[in-house]
Design a protein around this ligand. Structure first.
Ligand SMILES: *[C@@H]1O[C@H](CO)[C@@H](O)[C@H](O)[C@H]1NC(C)=O
Ligand SMILES: *[C@@H]1O[C@H](CO)[C@@H](O)[C@H](O)[C@H]1NC(C)=O
Length: 170
């Protein structure tokens, strides 16, 4: 259950060598270099909290305050800054259900040396009043500076009548 894992994360006091934080402390600006495994853990904590906004829109602002730089460089088509992301996602997430597809979530080092974490997930509208018109798949890419998310890209596709691939969305 996602909810129980969120509660477990919130309840635990996380220590990464010199990097430590409880649920009220921010990982931005970066608290220093961390290992691959530590970044994977931080990223999972971020996405768990972000996606819990499907039940509580306020979790978007809480997740961004903890894991994302206020001077985020944002490349998505739907918003252009930390502030507009929080506004947009706080309104969007409560109108959808979210499922990470096939465990596609992890971190890697880019060809130019950046620390990138990615998650590929499906959003389905809860009702006809949803912000999205149909099943939508999103691949999010986040660049980290140490412990802090500093840049974001995404790729988004919403199903329509021409979407015939039986393997969509995975
Ligand atoms: C919704 O999330 C916010 C931010 O984490 C939290 O302060 C608030 O207690 C939550 N509300 C409920 C009803 O769980
Ligand atoms: C939603 O997507 C499905 C394919 O997954 C398609 O058959 C259907 O026509 C779409 N509905 C709308 C309203 O776009």
């Amino acid at each position: 259950m996602r909810f129980s894992s969120i509660v477990a994360v919130a309840a635990s006091f996380l220590t990464f060598g010199s990097v430590s934080a409880n649920k009220d402390k921010s990982y931005c600006p970066s608290q220093g270099g961390i290992s691959h495994a530590q970044r994977v853990q931080l990223f999972k904590q971020f996405t768990d909290e972000l996606f819990s906004a499907t039940n509580n829109g306020s979790e978007v602002a809480a997740a961004f305050a903890k894991y994302v730089s206020p001077s985020l460089i944002e490349h998505t088509a739907s918003s252009n800054s930390f502030g507009s992301d929080v506004g947009f996602l706080s309104a969007l997430f409560p109108t959808v259900n979210v499922a990470i597809i096939a465990g596609i979530e992890g971190c890697f080092k880019s060809t130019v040396g950046g620390h990138i974490c990615t998650v590929h997930y499906k959003a389905t509208p809860k009702s006809a009043q949803s912000f999205i018109t149909n099943t939508t798949v999103i691949s999010d890419y986040y660049r980290y500076d140490g412990t802090c998310i500093v840049e974001h890209w995404d790729s988004t596709m919403t199903a329509n009548a021409q979407t015939t691939n039986p393997n969509f969305p995975g």
